[in-house]
Write a protein that binds this ligand. Structure first.
Ligand code: DPN
Ligand code: ZN
Length: 502
């Protein structure tokens, strides 16, 4: 029971009640953050990066989920957010992590370069030995039983070209036909880097090889294959960090996230210390009690590098109504790449590349992010919603989304170098997922620009999301009814506040 009753209001003079047992203290909301973007200081963002590097240095050189460096990163972020007055939770979740201990492949006695397909079952110690069978190359290689054209692959290790269906599908079809193992070869240059998607899909030991290796193997049907995979699954328990302002309406929440975990290979300072640091500094400048119309919820995701696990589980843990309470989601993953590009997710699919547009409202988010970067003199390019970061489950359930990044392993073109500076012909982040993703390899100009842009856009949406989802603030509604004026709008507001927590 509270000692004082506070009428829910959406005006600028918001009061916040914090209740412990029977006592409530009332804190006035701090002033609306005027131009949050200009308050973001690159050195303050960099200080968080220094902290994350030291945390990695003190914890076996990484901040990977399930390991002590991640827990220390969570403690750092949670401490800062609580200190700034946010309501912070760290919801726990578990998942199956795949660890590869060793891999080897030999064909006709020749050691052959390749990689495991993630989640592949292990072979018995010493590996399996079986003849090579080659799947015919048609429009849908190895995607259906009929693609084998009657070829008997029982007990064989089958070689299948990439394309048309998932690696998991190809592996399942081969397993159903009695194959002992599968090798999938690339149909473009470069390593395959394949995954079966999840442990449940994994049926037979499976490897990936380059196009060049695969084409050579395709000429050797019947050759003896020796495939040895030693790997294990372990249950990992880890957590997300979720912090929300104590002010603003909670049925039209502005949400922004960055993954806080690194890969086990390194400290993950660009991927994704930068997104985490930019978002954390924005939260700290905003504070837990700002005078905003919409509540702002910041998420620092765990286990992104293990398959977007933290963000996916979070979205799935919400009811349909709780998902409706989220107006939009903004994602920041790699915003200080050392050979930076400037990208915003292609919300309207105007580039026509890869997957289609984001949910309704995503086009507006893209425009707002583009404008925030243009205001700093930077022309951004679109980036496909290819499912490689934590927006994935948000768009899957229809929440309008967007975000910025500065690129990973893709190589910068001549035109991009002319436009943005940096070096053409090398990757945006040559240290992506390596031990060299450290404090020495961050573009701090790119970092500050992106941090300012994300802060400005979050601030804008904390005032109004009308352009994205049509939700009007009280002031906007009053403007719609000039004849009856504010009195009627106030009455409508009072009625809807009683109804809707709004
Ligand atoms: N940050 C990358 C990762 O977590 O592996 C994914 C990514 C690549 C995100 C390129 C943005 C751009
Ligand atoms: Zn990342």
């Amino acid at each position: 029971m509270s000692l004082r009753t506070i009428t829910p209001r959406r005006s600028a003079a918001v009061l916040v009640a914090t209740c412990a047992a029977a006592l409530c203290t009332v804190t006035p909301a701090t002033a609306a953050p005027a131009d949050l973007g200009s308050q973001i200081n690159g050195n303050a963002v960099n200080r968080h990066l220094i902290a994350l590097q030291r945390i990695a240095d003190q914890n076996d050189g990484n901040r990977a989920s399930g390991l002590p460096g991640y827990e220390a990163s969570v403690d750092y972020v949670v401490g800062k957010l609580r200190g700034a007055g946010f309501d912070v939770t760290t919801p726990e979740f578990t998942y199956q992590a795949y660890y590869l201990d060793s891999f080897s492949l030999a064909v006709a006695g020749q050691p052959t370069e390749g990689d495991v397909l993630e989640y592949s079952p292990a072979t018995p110690q010493g590996g399996i030995t079986a003849p090579l069978a080659v799947a015919p190359v048609d429009d849908t290689p190895g995607c259906e039983a009929t693609d084998y054209d009657g070829t008997d692959i029982t007990g064989a290790v089958v070689l299948v070209q990439r394309g048309s269906c998932t690696f998991a599908d190809k592996q399942r079809v081969a397993a159903d036909l009695g194959a002992a193992g599968a090798i999938i070869y690339n149909n473009v240059d470069g390593p395959l880097n394949g995954t079966l998607g999840d442990p449940e899909a994994a049926r037979i030991p499976s490897a990936g090889v380059t196009k060049q290796v695969g084409e050579a193997l395709a000429g050797q049907p019947g050759a003896e294959v020796k495939l040895d995979i030693q790997a294990r699954l372990e249950t990992v328990t880890t957590r997300n960090v979720v912090a929300q302002t104590r002010t603003g309406r909670t049925d039209n929440v502005v949400m922004a996230g960055a993954h806080l975990d690194s890969v086990p290979e390194g400290a993950g300072i660009n991927d994704n210390g930068t997104g985490s640091a930019g978002l954390l500094e924005t939260a700290l400048r905003l504070g837990g009690n700002p005078a905003v119309n919409n509540a702002v919820r910041f998420a620092f995701w765990g286990a992104e590098e293990s398959g977007l696990v933290g963000s996916t589980k979070y979205v799935q843990s919400l009811t349909f109504e709780q998902q409706l309470d989220i107006a939009l989601y903004l994602n920041f993953d790699m915003i200080g790449s050392p050979n930076a590009g400037y990208f915003a997710y292609d919300g309207d699919d105007s580039d026509g590349v890869g997957s289609g547009p984001g949910p309704q409202g995503s086009a507006q988010i893209e425009q707002d992010l583009v404008a925030a970067m243009a205001g700093q003199g930077v022309a951004v390019e679109g980036d496909d919603f290819d499912g490689r970061s934590d927006y994935g489950e948000f768009i899957a359930v229809g929440i309008p989304s967007g975000g910025l990044n500065t690129g990973a392993e893709v190589v910068k073109t001549d035109e991009q170098a002319a436009k943005w500076g940096g070096t053409a012909g090398i990757a945006f982040d040559p240290n992506y997922h390596t031990v060299n993703d450290n404090l020495a390899n961050v573009d701090r100009v790119a970092l500050e620009r992106n941090a300012k842009a994300l802060a400005a856009v979050i601030e804008g949406y904390s005032r109004s999301t009308e352009g994205v989802n049509g939700m009007l603030t009280r002031a906007e509604r009053a403007q719609l009814r000039p004849a009856q004026g504010a009195v009627m709008a106030q009455r409508l507001d009072a009625a809807s506040a009683n109804h809707n927590r709004s």
